[in-house]
Write a protein that binds this ligand. Structure first.
Ligand code: DOR
Ligand code: ZN
Length: 347
């Protein structure tokens, strides 16, 4: 039995750090474990220009605890009005790493997203030419499509035509949740143009968890958790250790007042125990030997970045405790509680 595991320090390829008080509260959790993170741009208002991405990066750096070793990798939120020359300039100077495509109204703060993918074609042409990754929230927004089918429909209706029109564009299908997405990425990924991130919570819960004994707002996120067979497909895909799947927590904090109400926000906050949650999944699958590839090697390889030099050690025994987090203005943020108690902790 393995009760200690040392791996290369990981990166988180999908985080919501927010701004202001919430940023200062949640950032230390991501920065203690992860060396780098792809920072989502869906602030209010969204990060739509390189100039704004730079001021947001400065705000993140100013909020880091003393001595932290953490690099935020900034992203741009694509809108119908994004200027390709701004995107190209930001990528060339290294101030933005990727751009995010939110179909308009797909999720939290996505109302300024792309309403018609054809409108984004000039930007996508530019990104394909310069080798800049496109990060996709892969759900159709047609209200006639059942919420549990929105990802699978997106692959057929939007991703296939997009990849046909831009065969060399580097695409990350973010936070995949279905058997269909794992199969599509397993078959078409691995050649440097397609990969997927997988969250810890989608590896740990299925849709029953959202309704177990009552409605559980802290298990509600988008894309929503699916049937058990989909969770199993995700576990299989992530724990293979193959290049096209890597870690992206999609940790998405909302204060409890915004989750525990008549119309609660989507988002699950996993940052305090993110790596421990993944370790639990890989351990349960008998695949701890693949955690380093998934958490620390496959992401940098896709993004063309070096792997980190530092290492991190996980220990098995008394797991990390799950507790609510208090913001500086005294609001609480509930952390994700896995269905069975954690048995891993960092350090
Ligand atoms: O559950 C989610 N929360 N899904 C998203 O795509 C956005 C995120 C957020 O920003 O809260
Ligand atoms: Zn997200």
């Amino acid at each position: 039995m393995t009760d200690s595991l040392t791996i290369i320090r990981p990166d988180d390829w999908h985080v919501h750090l927010r701004d202001g008080d919430v940023l200062r509260t949640v950032l230390p959790y991501t920065a203690k474990t992860f060396a780098r993170a792809i920072v989502m741009p869906n602030l209010r208002p969204p990060v739509t220009t390189v100039a704004r991405a730079k001021t947001y990066r400065d705000e993140i750096l100013a909020a880091l605890p003393a001595g932290a070793d953490f690099t935020p990798l900034m992203t741009l939120y694509l809108t119908n009005a994004t200027d390709p020359s701004d995107v190209e300039m930001g990528f060339a100077e290294g101030s933005v790493t990727a751009a995010k495509l939110y179909p308009a109204n797909a999720t939290t703060n996505s109302e300024h997203g792309i309403s018609d993918i054809k409108k984004a074609y000039p930007i996508l042409e530019c990104m394909q030419r310069i080798g800049m990754p496109l990060l996709i929230h892969g759900e159709v927004t047609d209200s006639g499509v059942d919420i549990f089918d929105r990802e699978a429909f997106f692959i057929d209706r939007a991703l296939l035509p997009l990849r046909r029109d831009f065969p060399a564009l580097k695409i990350v299908l973010e936070h995949i949740t279905t058997e269909e997405a794992t199969a599509y990425v397993a078959e078409n990924g691995g050649r440097g143009t397609l990969a997927a991130t997988v969250t810890a919570h989608h590896l740990l819960i299925n849709r029953n968890a959202i309704f177990a004994g009552g409605i559980r707002p802290h298990y509600y996120c988008l894309p929503i958790a699916k049937r058990e067979k989909h969770r199993q497909a995700l576990v299989k895909a992530a724990t293979m250790g193959e290049a096209m799947f890597f870690l992206g927590t999609d940790t998405a904090p909302h204060v409890d007042a915004a989750k525990e109400c008549a119309c609660g926000c989507a988002g699950i906050f996993t940052a305090p125990t993110a790596l421990e949650l993944y370790a639990q999944v890989f351990d349960d699958a008998g695949k701890l030997d693949k955690l380093e590839a998934f958490a620390s090697r496959n992401g940098p390889a896709f993004y063309g970045l070096p792997v980190n030099e530092a290492q991190i050690t996980l220990k098995k025994g008394r797991g990390e405790e799950i507790k609510p987090i208090l913001t500086q203005d005294e609001q609480t943020i509930t952390s994700f509680a896995p269905p069975s108690p954690l048995v891993w902790r960092v350090g």
